[in-house]
Design a protein around this ligand. Structure first.
Ligand SMILES: [Zn+2]
Length: 304
């Protein structure tokens, strides 16, 4: 008996991958990535997110608690396209955790393989002018078809980090994709009556969503991504909205409502405040309820 124990002990020690049941600590930058990572990783992972869905993902501030979370991570997942430019290097360097350095298996850019929108055609991008989408539009998670790509990237990387669990991650990936496909039928049906309708948006969070569900973005309240509305720009917005009969202003949860309320007053449009990330409102608990919430609010806005 003792001999058997000894053999098992030695085997476990020699091949940690087969015997260790250690969970993989995943740290994501957004709650959307967290939700998808949880769906794929199941009980093999523990996931935490640095940003919260009710915060502007472009302006997350690094906090000392980030360093501690980063220190213990086995896998760091970002949205990419410079969404995390304000804090990523700082916390990865500060954590002194070599496992999650950019370019290592412990660092994943979830945008790999996503068909990007609004990629600048000129190489001259002036960040000092406040352009916070210099690599293209980073809000790709709002198209459920892109959620499948994110899920695929996560499943692939988790399988590399823990090859013995590959079948488990692949099963979860299949289940996730199946659920997206089922929900997609329901979501498209709900959006069907509003296909081709024009909306105004505050920030360019919505082009991927709009493309998928057939809405047209007529104008933005921000003159450029990251630049707050100016009176001159709002005048242009009002003109466009009157001309194109735009009845809805889609706005994220974390911006000042005043400009949108002003434009609404001038045009008779309605302001719809929608979460653009999981955790943006209480209803948006995971990826599926996020899209449910957005579509529910838009449909309600158009109907009433
Ligand atoms: Zn943005």
């Amino acid at each position: 008996m003792r001999k058997l124990f000894l053999i098992i002990f030695i085997m476990a020690w020699l091949s940690p991958d087969v015997f260790s049941k250690d969970t993989i600590n995943i740290l994501t930058t957004t709650e959307d990535l967290k939700s998808i990572a949880e769906a794929i990783g199941g009980d093999k992972v523990k996931v935490d997110s640095l940003g919260r869905g009710y915060q502007d993902p472009h302006f997350i501030q690094a906090k000392p608690s980030f360093m501690i979370k980063t220190k213990n991570a086995d896998l760091f997942i970002r949205v990419g396209l410079e969404l995390e430019i304000g804090y990523e290097d700082l916390i990865i360097d500060g954590s002194r955790n070599p496992k999650i350095r950019i370019g290592t298996p412990g660092h994943l850019d979830a945008s790999e393989g996503v068909g990007l929108l609004e990629v600048p055609t000129t190489t001259k991008v002036d960040r000092s002018m406040g352009d916070i989408h210099p690599m293209g539009n980073p809000h790709y998670w709002l198209d459920p078809e892109n959620a499948k790509i994110i899920a695929y990237n996560i499943a692939k990387r988790l399988s590399e980090l823990s090859p013995s669990d590959e079948a488990y991650f692949q099963e979860n990936l299949k289940a996730f994709n199946r659920k997206i496909e089922e929900k997609m039928v329901e979501w498209q049906k709900k959006m069907e009556p509003f296909k081709g309708r024009k909306v105004a948006i505050y920030h360019r969070s919505w082009p991927y969503f709009a493309d998928r569900f057939g809405l047209k973005v007529a104008c933005e309240l921000e003159p450029k991504p990251g630049i707050p509305p100016s009176p001159g720009h709002l005048k242009e917005v009002i003109d466009i909205m009157r001309r194109d009969k735009v009845g809805l202003i889609l706005m994220e949860v974390f911006y000042d409502e005043k400009p949108a309320r002003f434009v609404a007053e001038q045009t008779g449009a309605k302001v719809i405040i929608v979460p653009n990330s999981v955790g943006g409102t209480d209803e948006a608990k995971d990826y599926f309820s996020l899209i449910d919430t957005i579509i529910g609010k838009i449909a309600e806005g158009f109907e009433n």
